[in-house]
Design a protein around this ligand. Structure first.
Ligand code: HDD
Length: 752
């Protein structure tokens, strides 16, 4: 609790930034001491003599805020000006020749305003256009100097500022958050040895093995080019046509069709660096490494029907969730884990570690926790920060290096390249959110939108006129790992790349029964949207190589006979080291935080018991959840025992936006609730989506009227509390919310 309080205080300059005065100084919390020590040592540069970044942060100052402070613009108490700083007297009327006469060309104020407006938009990202970001920090648990010289891992407690952006892949910038899709998980570490971007996803594998196929994949999954549909959805012919002709995508497809494709929250999903990377220590020794982010809140997902409904009621569901959690001081946290293995170990594996369609099972190489990521500050401006942030897999620092993964090779080129058109030139590294904290000195010059004013006459090296500066850092600089040459130049793939199904089988078989049902249902849904039946046949033939059970379920769901299995490209024999990996199930990570930051609706109507509502609110908020009082309208309702203030209504916050619903009854039969069709519909939705329900007083009847079996002792997530709700009475509800969902009540199709 103390640590949390300290972090909240750390964020407390936020109101001041928005013009509200009187923010308190952050206290010296336990975390602070480590942070400021690291800052003093190196995190913010003292040698940054041109003050480009606002100078070194004072001890205890948020290092992620300080570098941006120079460019922050606060209009409090300021007069309106043009971009040239000329005060504007009238912002209502253009300059006219006579009251009813033509507007004059010389009205430079009007022209500047309109011209700037005309150019406000920039191209959206070619993929991952829809996203949300936040500032925070990474804190190392221990020094990893034996493994790597990478700056963030050099001391226990070392703090490195980060900016993180989460995203969907296929949809456009304004598309819905809850589409079935991969989620991007991109982390920019502002280290004292330069920026390191770990540009990952919430799924540890990828569709394709070679960057040569990336444009094809993206053309196939994006809206079809003739009519621009569908938006943010893979359920269409071109996507399934492509992937069914690319059996290497099978493994990734089982992940995307799983519940991982529809996370409950960005805060409740894992992240992965996907590729095998290298760590290199000060002696130049290297090990292979896979990066894993694990959320402290556990891994939780939506169900499909819920995701579809949410996308209508709140297309910003994940963006809002992240923003509100951080504003409320519920800072999301992930643990960074590393899988470390040697080249010799890798050679013995039954799969190729350079193949991005394969995982290294945790049972084969354990994940070692090495630090934590905390997101504790929302951006001030979405465009300046979240939209303009430029992640590039090429951004590595001394101690981190690439493997020869051919997918990664293409990425190393693509990200820098795409920013040049998206952000308008080669100087995108000078945009404040992209600007390193480490000082930047080189002989690159000019280009569109150059900010730095380079002094002196020297922009070449070697030079004597500039005293030889900036000088090469030699061994202290980035040294590429000396990888021996691999052989002839060929356009081909290593042998084990041809095995496409073993890990898809591992994934499917490691899921809980409910997760397996959801995978089959997702394939059924997506394939049912196709207009070309032959593509369905090809996908199901592919699935026969994953699991006969899965293939049979999908085929029967599509009313088609089972086709022959797809011929396998790999004819040899590879014996997988691991045949069951329980950690691949979302249930393996329930989280450590109970119901913290969960959203719960208390349904009320005239006549609802005020005391029961108060008990419920106290118990749930005491455990860190938030409660919205949802009624037939916002504002005052006459409850039993006093007034109730509803802050949401059945129409503006439908029940499916919540993790659980409590229906607050009273002494009297609750006709007002059971007679409201929306209430019954929201309760049915919640039940169908596996969510916990609680009914107090006479409200059990409302559940019955919605078709919910209130007598069912087998369902711990339907809690019927007595007339007088006690804290004890709320406990089973809290336990059910902690468990997230009760999928045992699920039937396909739903009976409720
Ligand atoms: Fe990519 C964006 C993740 C393969 C080319 N990618 C992008 C983002 C993420 C990923 C998270 C959004 C970053 C942000 O928030 O701004 N991409 C991945 C992962 C991959 C992957 C985990 C496979 C392991 N990507 C991949 C390949 C290529 C690209 C093979 C090209 C050869 N990706 C891009 C891009 C984007 C991008 C076109 C679009 C916008 C951007 O880079 O900044 O360059």
């Amino acid at each position: 609790v103390d640590a949390l309080a300290a972090q909240r205080a750390w964020n407390s300059d936020k109101p001041a930034e928005h013009g509200r005065k009187g923010a308190t100084e952050p206290p010296e919390g336990e975390h602070f001491a480590a942070a400021s020590a690291a800052v003093g040592a190196s995190t913010t540069s003292e040698s940054n003599d041109n003050d480009k970044l606002g100078g070194a942060a004072a001890p205890g100052v948020d290092t992620t805020t300080a570098p941006l402070s120079r460019v922050r613009n606060d209009a409090t108490d300021q007069r309106l000006t043009t971009n040239q700083g000329v005060p504007v007297g009238d912002n209502q009327n253009s300059l006219k020749s006579g009251l009813r006469g033509p507007t004059l060309l010389k009205d430079f104020i009007l022209r500047e305003k309109i011209t700037h407006f005309d150019h406000e938009r920039i191209p959206e990202r070619i993929v991952h256009a829809r996203g949300s970001g936040a500032h925070g920090y990474f804190e190392a648990y221990e020094a990893l100097t034996d493994l790597t010289r990478a700056a963030p891992f050099q001391q226990a407690g070392k703090v490195t500022p980060v900016f993180v952006r989460f995203s969907t892949v296929a949809g456009e910038r304004g598309s819905k958050d809850t589409a079935r899709d991969v989620r991007g998980f991109a982390v920019k570490f502002y280290t004292d040895e330069g920026n390191w971007d770990l540009v990952g996803n919430n799924i540890p594998v990828f569709f394709i093995q070679d960057a040569m196929k990336f444009p094809d994949l993206v053309h196939a999954v994006k809206a079809e080019p003739h009519h621009g549909m569908p938006q943010a959805a893979s359920a269409h012919d071109t996507f399934w046509d492509f992937v069914s002709l690319m059996p290497e995508s099978t493994h990734m497809l089982t992940w995307v069709m799983s519940d991982r494709g529809i996370p409950r929250s960005y805060r409740m999903m894992q992240g992965f660096g996907v590729h095998t990377f290298r760590l290199v220590n000060a002696e130049g020794q290297s090990v292979f490494c896979k990066f894993h982010w694990s959320p402290k809140l556990g891994t939780h997902s939506l169900v499909w029907d819920e995701a579809v409904k949410i996308s209508g009621a709140d297309p910003d569901f994940h963006r809002r969730d992240l923003w509100e959690a951080i504003e409320a001081g519920d800072f999301p946290e992930w643990e960074l884990g590393l899988q470390i293995f040697s080249e010799e170990q890798a050679e013995a594996f039954s799969f190729d570690v350079l193949d991005a369609t394969k995982i290294v099972p945790e049972e084969l190489v354990p994940v070692r926790p090495v630090g934590r990521l905390v997101l504790n500050r929302n951006p001030d401006n979405f465009f300046a920060e979240t939209e303009q942030v430029a992640f590039c897999t090429a951004h590595v620092i001394p101690g981190i290096d690439f493997s020869n993964d051919p997918l990664l090779a293409g990425r190393i080129h693509s990200y820098v390249d795409t920013q040049i058109s998206r952000l308008g030139g080669p100087n995108f590294h000078e945009i404040p959110i992209n600007s390193p904290i480490a000082p930047v000195h080189n002989n690159q010059r000019d280009g569109m939108h150059r900010q730095a004013i380079h002094r002196g006459r020297v922009s070449y090296e070697p030079n004597s006129l500039g005293g030889g500066c900036p000088f090469q850092a030699g061994g202290a600089g980035f040294v590429s790992f000396a990888e021996p040459p691999q052989g002839d130049e060929v356009r081909a793939k290593p042998e084990k790349f041809a095995e496409h199904f073993a890990q898809a089988t591992l994934f499917y078989e490691s899921q809980s029964p409910a997760e397996q049902r959801h995978i089959a249902a997702a394939f059924r849904f997506e394939l049912s949207k196709l207009t070309v039946p032959a593509i369905r046949v090809r996908v199901v033939s592919m699935l026969r190589n994953v699991s006969e059970e899965l293939a049979a379920q999908v085929a029967s769901g599509l009313g088609m006979p089972l086709p022959e299995p797809m011929p396998r490209a790999f004819k040899g024999k590879l014996t997988p080291e691991v045949t069951a990996s329980p950690t691949l199930s979302l249930l393996a990570r329930p989280g450590e935080e109970g119901i913290r930051s969960r959203k719960i609706a208390a349904f009320v109507h005239a006549g609802s018991d005020v005391a029961a509502l108060a008990t419920l609110q106290a118990a749930l908020t005491g455990a860190g959840a938030s409660v919205r009082v949802v009624g037939p309208h916002v504002g005052t309702l006459q409850g039993e025992g006093g007034d109730i203030d509803a802050d949401a209504s059945f129409e503006n916050e439908p029940g499916f936006l919540f993790d659980a619903i409590a229906v607050i009854g009273g002494d009297q039969p609750v006709e007002a609730l059971s007679g409201d069709g929306r209430v019954l519909e929201h309760l049915r939705d919640a039940y169908r989506h596996g969510k916990p329900l609680l009914a107090t007083g006479m409200a059990a009847r409302v559940l019955s009227m919605a078709g919910i079996d209130v007598e069912d002792d087998q369902d711990p997530a339907v809690v019927i509390a007595g007339d007088a709700l006690s804290e004890e009475g709320v406990r089973p509800f809290v336990e059910a919310i902690t468990a997230h969902r009760n999928f045992d009540r699920e039937t396909d199709p739903s009976l409720v």
